[in-house]
Design a protein around this ligand. Structure first.
Ligand code: ZN
Length: 346
């Protein structure tokens, strides 16, 4: 693990891993609804949120990111729980801060796309006020830094950055680039990140939406365009040049999909394996991309793979595969020869 100092000190020393993907994981487990995607589990089952934070740290995450993703005014309005906005934020922050303290990891606050941004003054004021109220709760909770993520308008990202910068906390800004390789306001990912770096972001890059294969080319362009630290947190799905985002994926092998679209609840056949995540990590490291993670679809085994690709042995590495002791495929001299001989029948 990268355990010394705050975010910027740790990044100066080497890569920092930040596990994401809480929405998808809790949806799979049956504690959060696909569609609205609001982290209600923070209120209903806080112990499970703390538990997943601990699993990710056990697997090698250096950061505990508070599960306030989509816990903003617009999303809570959508499910009729706007009156619980402050509580869900403060509770999620406290859960994350507690796990970070007990594990020696960094505690991150979180902002996300508001879904009400539009390029007009009324929307700008509203979005800024939404970010400001969340950042105040993040400051109150004593978090180490703030992540603003899955932003597809650079202008909305700039509003989040301004809000974070005013708080004095370090800012990690990650954009969501969909099928169109531009932000919704027309910038390439590299141009958008350069703007955010110039505006004072400590880390800029991409998260979510694109899998390793279709995110990496953009990460290279971003690396060339900025001097600050770069973030790369793909979704663990096999996106392609023809279908570069996880929303764009199609599955001709299945005729029972609702709306004919694997996104978001039938992406299983496209899942990357842990070795592909390790490959992505090694490629990113060669580019000196230091803020790394996996987004929607991530599991702890992928975070462990990422950590091990960086040469680390998180606690979960105790249980990393040792196929030499597999009854049929192994080589341990105590294994039964008749099972090893049976391998060709497996
Ligand atoms: Zn995601």
């Amino acid at each position: 693990m990268n355990t010394q100092g705050g975010l910027l000190e740790r990044l100066a020393n080497g890569p920092v891993i930040c596990a994401e993907g809480y929405l998808f994981e809790f949806e799979r487990r049956g504690y959060l609804q696909a569609g609205p995607y609001v982290p209600e589990i923070v209120l209903e089952h806080p112990e499970m949120v703390a538990g997943l934070h601990r699993e990710f740290v056990h697997a090698g995450s250096d950061v505990v990111e508070a599960f306030t993703y989509y816990a903003h005014r617009e999303k809570l309005r959508l499910i009729g729980r706007e009156n619980e906005l402050e509580r869900i934020n403060r509770d999620a922050l406290e859960i994350a801060a507690t796990v970070a303290r007990e594990t020696g990891t960094l505690a991150a606050g979180n902002l996300s796309n508001t879904n009400v941004f539009a390029p007009d003054d009324e929307s700008r004021r509203l979005v800024r006020s939404m970010f400001d109220e969340q950042v105040q709760w993040i400051v109150d909770a004593g978090m180490d830094f703030v992540v603003a993520e899955t932003l597809s308008y650079v202008e909305e990202a700039e509003l989040a950055l301004a809000s974070i910068t005013e708080s004095g906390l370090p800012a990690v800004i990650t954009l969501a680039i969909h099928r169109d390789p531009h932000t919704r306001d027309g910038f390439t990912a590299a141009q958008a990140c350069a703007r955010l770096a110039d505006a004072g972001a400590d880390v800029v890059g991409l998260n979510c939406i694109r899998g390793p294969q279709t995110m990496m080319p953009m990460i290279r362009e971003i690396r060339d365009a900025v001097d600050c630290h770069v973030a790369a947190l793909p979704v663990p799905y096999r996106t392609t040049d023809a279908e570069p985002s996880f929303q764009a994926l199609t599955d001709p092998g299945c005729d029972c999909l609702p709306d004919d679209r694997p996104f978001p609840t039938a992406l299983d056949p496209f899942l990357c394996n842990r070795y592909e995540i390790a490959e992505f990590t090694r490629e990113a490291t060669l580019l000196d991309v230091r803020y790394l993670g996996v987004c929607c679809g991530a599991g702890p085994h992928m975070i462990r793979s990422m950590a091990e690709a960086l040469g680390r042995t998180p606690p979960a590495s105790r249980y990393s595969p040792d196929m030499s002791r597999h009854a049929y495929l192994g080589s341990d001299p105590s294994l039964k020869a008749h099972n090893q001989a049976y391998v060709r029948e497996l």
